[in-house]
Design a protein around this ligand. Sequence first.
Ligand code: C2E
Ligand code: CA
Ligand code: CA
Length: 732
Amino acid sequence: MQGFDSEFVFAAEDNDAPPVDNARPLIVLSVDDDSAFQQSLRMALSSYRFHDQRVQLLTAGSATEAARILAETPEIALVLLDVVMETDDAGLRLVRSVREVLGNAEVRIVLVTGQPGMAPMKQTLERLDISDYWLKTELHRERLHGILTASLRTWQEIRALARAKRGLQLVVEASNSLARTKNLRDFSQRVIHEMSRLLGVAPDGLVCVQADADSPLAARLIGVAGRFAPLAMQSLRHIDDARIRDMLLDALENRSAVEAECSQVLFFEGAEHVPPVAVYLATARTLDETERELLRVFATNANTGLINVALASRLDQMAYEDALLAIPNANALQRALDSVLEIAGPRDRALLLFELEQYAQSSLALGIEQGALLLRRMADRLRQVFPPPCLVARMHEGIFAVLGPAAMLTDTRVQRVEDEDATGAAPLIGIVAARLDLDGYEGSPRRAMASGLLLLKRARQSGAGRMLEYTREHERESQQSLLLSHRLHQALQAGGIHIVLQAQFELASGRIVGAEVLARWHDAGEDIPPARFIPVAEATGMIVPLGRQVIEHACRALARLDAEGFPDLPVAVNVSPLQLQRREFADELMAAVARHGVRPQRLELEITESVVMEDLQANREVLGRLRQAGFPIAVDDFGTGYSSLRYVHWLPITTLKLDRSFIEQIGRIEDQRSSADMIITLGRRLGLRVLAEGVETAEQADWLASRRCHSAQGYHFARPEPLDALIRRLRG
Ligand code: C2E
Ligand code: CA
Ligand code: CA
């Protein structure tokens, strides 16, 4: 070891460089039981600098002591290790435990020994990631200098990589966390949290969202942490610290990040419908290049998260909000019902359903815009009469729902909806309502809504009272529907369905120009009305075989009429959507008329307006095919659906059946009469036959004739009757 001291004269690498105080020193541990070596090493290192960083030397006289120091000081960059100490292999054993027990893969290790011939195997060096092996005698000044510089550089690179890797891992985790946020507030809180986690600092910062492009000072502090907590939901101008306020303003105005010594401001652009966001975080120290790079990656990811938030809330809005009225929709109601029905009870909640019948007629007569106006008034009115905690939602078309405390959803209040409001606007007329008490309700939310809608339909049909209450009665009815469906199934098998025909009259001449075929079911001594069994047949799909049997009966009736001397008289059959949807329908229909030797021109198909309008494009094709084959096509219940008259000429139809509700109003409400008038006029202009349904009085018939309505059907002229009776009537 002689001459060792003299060789260990380390010169500082650059004497002129100013000392950097805040840079943490690099730590080197020398492990050697040779105190003379330790002493000279210490002297040499006192003036050594790695770039502008000082080197701090720790020393250990044994492997055991070294192990303790290494465990306590994970920041050690380099270990200069004597192989032979307490035992021949003490040095290697120490390295193994550093790598494998401490799991420290970063620290660089250089073996030194005083005795030649003690070199470990090459594989051992590699396996334990030992950088170098030197004889103390070889360690003259330049060589030691080179070894230190190379090892420390490698250590820094490894450290930077490991940190970047950890940082990226954090960025990925942060992005995942941000992507899960549902709203801006949640997003904002998480951004601060994730950013401080990434930098390993305490969360102390704020997030401001600039909703108004022109006034950054009004930007809202949506996310707050640390000392900024009291500023939640305040605006940017309320930040006391002028420096912080200016940094944020700077970021928002220049649309870029701002760095300061002990704090950072990130800027997120946002996107269309997403306001820009600036995030301030106190870091309490200067960030290094790696950290700044990580922040840039983080910012990019966070911006994507922000856009997702906006999309999600937009989607949420679209999913739960009525696009026209910007009030909750059917989905929102169902969600609310979910949480009401979740509780076992007593729930003290009720559901009200309203239908504004005026809507359909008004959109029809005055256009979609007028209809929308009416809906808006209805929504306003409902919210006025049923204030929070009631939830007012629009289901579809002119149907609204109110969910709220049972005590608030009273008849008196329902009545008030129709009353004149303070604005003096015309009262909303033609409102029907249904009420369902949810207190003891046992079905699902879907079922509650379906029951309510069914009840509403019934309220509309009955017309009386205009408000129906859901009772056990209805529960029993749905049970009975099930029983009915079994009976209907058997009736269909046994051919128990027959038909009656209702004559249709040309108004100008009084001649019979056709007849509507109506299904009848007589079972176990009672007549079951179509209003009961048709819905059951539709709900169970039995309408398909039922419809087939009716068509069969109709064709037979046509053949018979032919034989009785009425070869040109057509009949009309009702066709359900389920029948129309089937691909085979047109072929089956053509086969049926062919089998009975009747012309398709004599079998008119009646399709309900709402069905026709549901899938215009598809229906246009199907109807086009049927029309091409020669079948006349009538739109049934015309005027009750929500079609615009514009579509009528676009569809291959031959007849408009003016709904009974218009006829009922003749001589009662001016408005309705003008709708009927308009439909008649329009029909004529489009070359369509207009047939008025449900004509019960001479007055109605006269009025229709005066409006030059083509034909009519109703109790005033003839009731539905068996074919023989119709033939007798035809003979007159
Ligand atoms: P719809 O197609 O509108 O048939 C007209 C209904 O009005 C018939 O009731 C008829 O008896 C009734 N009606 C006729 N004139 C008058 C009148 O002056 N005043 C009043 N108040 N009512 C009148 P019905 O036979 O009870 O049928 C009810 C509904 O059942 C039909 O309404 C139709 O939607 C359906 N339906 C009947 N038969 C069939 C069928 O074979 N297939 C399908 N899919 N539906 C059918
Ligand atoms: Ca009909
Ligand atoms: Ca009808």
